[in-house]
Design a protein around this ligand. Structure first.
Ligand SMILES: Cc1cc2nc3c(=O)[nH]c(=O)nc-3n(C[C@H](O)[C@H](O)[C@H](O)COP(=O)(O)OP(=O)(O)OC[C@H]3O[C@@H](n4cnc5c(N)ncnc54)[C@H](O)[C@@H]3O)c2cc1C
Length: 356
């Protein structure tokens, strides 16, 4: 019997991971991407890749990019309020809670792995309008597309850059909640990747001001961590929205990664969720591609997706304000998180493996 033929639209990190997982499940995979080969390799975003995602890549025999930096500790705090929580990899008998990787580098590594297996990758090409009957499955991994409906416009923009400092603690990530939005510092080699969520007007200022003015503003915003910055890289802005695909999946078609939902980057969940979509699709179809297996996969994925959407959306609503009572509640919550090991274990498991 010939291998079931699967077409994937989108050679981003999620589409490529799905390609490897489905190939491992015995499918004949072809991937189409509307961009030219390597066009996304310069994507400046640094991604917090959870421990669970690193395990997925390891099972697919994909090595992390050489520049991947381990996260051994995460410190969570809020501006204008008490409460601080720290989560350590060592407390969970792990070397790292996750790794920071440049999105462009990860995509390149995945693409080369797919090419090394002999998989057919077509760049500057879209899916055929009418895939032939013998196609067993079409996987949509085109990223945020017009098919998704905006559920919430957060009125926040993420300003992303890489900042270097002489004294930033290596291997420690920081998540600082402020009324305007969260500020994340992810350890990377000699510095940190900065994901600074602010009001759109402030983002314009931060992207156009001089490097010295940006560094001064960042010094002030990160005083809580005791870091002073020396230099920064290119600044890029991303408008933040929660959007979801609302139509039900069609026969022999599935939507994964950002083609299914786009999240706020708080807690770094979007790509991790997409990698689970991709890997579990391969696992579900190992015994054949049929609607019964696809519906089981859809039901399982819905639980994880709904939980992660609630989690990230909840964090933004709960923390992006300066209401006195909520500030006290958040402070108590952070203190409890820091002092109650079972609660800390639960949050750490969510960060590393998603909702199970
Ligand atoms: C500021 C910021 C920080 C983030 N930080 C994190 C983090 O720390 N951790 C985390 O897990 N996630 C994070 N995310 C989310 C993460 O970046 C995305 O979830 C992830 O990149 C989505 O990958 P994807 O492969 O689904 O889509 P994409 O990376 O968008 O890839 C889609 C691919 O499809 C191609 N394509 C588009 N249309 C077509 C078509 N019609 N036919 C064929 N090909 C097509 C595109 O060219 C592209 O190559 C962050 C997001 C932002 C904005």
């Amino acid at each position: 019997m010939s291998a079931p033929r699967v077409l994937i639209a989108g050679a981003g990190p999620v589409g490529l991971t799905a390609g490897l997982a489905l190939r491992g499940a015995g499918c004949a995979v072809e991937i189409f991407d509307s961009r030219c080969e390597g066009e996304g390799d310069g994507d400046p975003r640094a991604i917090a890749l959870a421990h669970g995602s690193a395990l997925i890549l390891d099972r697919l025999d994909v090595a992390l990019p050489e520049s991947a930096a381990p996260i051994q500790r995460i410190e969570i705090s809020q501006q204008h309020g008490f409460g601080r929580a720290g989560i350590d990899a060592a407390a969970h008998q792990l070397g790292a809670l996750g790794h920071v990787v440049r999105l462009g580098e990860l995509t390149r590594v995945l693409r080369h792995k797919c090419q090394a297996t002999g998989m057919l990758l077509r760049f500057g090409a879209r899916l055929p309008d009418e895939p032939e009957d013998e196609v067993a499955l079409v996987v949509h991994a085109e990223g945020s597309t017009g098919d998704c409906v905006v559920v919430r416009d957060y009125g926040q923009t993420a300003v992303v850059t890489e900042a270097r400092s002489d004294r930033a603690p290596a291997h420690t990530a920081f998540e600082r909640f402020t009324p305007a939005g969260p500020l994340a510092l992810l350890p990377m080699g000699t510095g940190h990747s900065v994901v600074w969520c602010v009001k759109p007007e402030r983002a314009d200022e931060l992207c156009t001001c001089s490097e010295a003015a940006f560094i001064a503003a960042l010094d002030t915003a990160t005083r809580f961590a005791g870091i002073t910055w020396r230099s920064i890289g290119t600044r890029t802005a991303y408008a933040l929205k929660l959007s979801r695909r609302t139509q039900s999946d069609a026969d022999r078609q599935v939507w994964i990664g950002n083609a299914a939902q786009t999240l706020h980057p708080v807690a770094g969940q979007g790509l991790n969720l997409g990698l689970r979509d991709a890997y579990e699709l391969g696992a579900a179809l190992a015994d054949g591609v049929n609607e019964a297996q696809l519906s089981r996969w859809r039901a399982r994925r819905r639980k994880d997706r709904d939980a992660i959407v609630r989690l990230t959306d909840g964090y933004v609503s709960l923390f992006s304000n300066d209401l006195g009572l909520l500030r006290i509640g958040r402070g108590l919550g952070l203190t409890m998180l820091d002092t109650l090991p079972p609660l800390k274990g639960l949050v750490a498991r969510h960060m590393m493996f998603g909702a199970r």
